[in-house]
Design a protein around this ligand. Sequence first.
Ligand code: BT5
Length: 326
Amino acid sequence: MKAAVLGYLKERRPDYVSGEEICRSLDISRTSVWKYVSALRSEGYEIEARSRLGYRLVGTPDLLLPDEVVSGLDTLFCGQVYHHHLSLSSTNSTAQELARSGAPEGTVVLAEEQTGGRGRLSRAWISPRGGLWFSVVLRPNVLPMRAPEITFLAAVACVQALERYPGLDAGIKWPNDLVWRDRKLGGILTELSGEFDRINHVVLGIGINVNLGLDDFPSGLRSVTTSVSAITGFPVSRRRLLRELLISLEHWYRIWLTGGFSPVVEAWKRFHCWLDRPVRVVNVEGEWTGTAVGIDDDGALLLRTDDGLTKRIIAGDVLLRDGEQA
Ligand code: BT5
């Protein structure tokens, strides 16, 4: 009902709407209207109340509140259950807890800021206010060994949502980075909970630097990161971008569930950045130099090594050589 009161105020913005009219059309008491208005105010909505005139919405907080994100969201499940937090240690950790206690597929956990945001191998992920930091609970009925494929479909979903913005032709750096002109714009962290032959759940974490400035990053990261607003030159609506991302994610997730990994791989290849460039690949087993020449049907990176062989790499970090990137 709170959402309905908000909807009413939005529809009539910038005019006043009388308390009586809201009562009548929503069939609630005046006290209830007042209660919902107070609740909305405590979330940050600025609502003026004038005797004889009624209520008027004058300001919406720059927060990704449930009423802003979920109402009218054109998805079947992705984001339909939505948990919003001002601050969390890591949305992936909170989503894991929710998943363990039975959260349905598509549940989204979003935090305006993270104090312990993480990347792969427990690396720190910088997540101040202004970005999009969220996690999605997924319960695919596939073998656990296929869970890493979710990183690939998510990357495709993200770059496709981003490319609707002028100039935001992002690429994907194998395996999980969203990159624009060699600078990191976002990252994906897929975490699996399962047994040998069964997935309990997957938590898909996505971080995108949206309205962030250089000052938001520690000095060591400033030359290798970027943000949507730095690229477009103006702040963008995080609400619109988040909704587009959720729609795109659901779209690609369903393609993957029904059509398998190959349509994802085909789409992914179009965005593969650093192709044919001299790179260094590092993982727990060692380090190789060569040229990235593509990915195979399983999503492994194909590296043409300096001695002319093609090596398949299934996990690791890709770095540009020749000091092209820090
Ligand atoms: C990633 O790891 O790129 C995955 C990032 C996933 C973040 C999301 S936010 C929502 C959800 N909740 C979480 O706690 N995490 C997920 P990796 O490929 O390991 O890259 C990590 C490296 O990226 C760090 O070591 C830094 O060098 C760099 N980095 C950290 N914060 C960054 C930022 N905001 N933008 C660009 N680069 C960053």
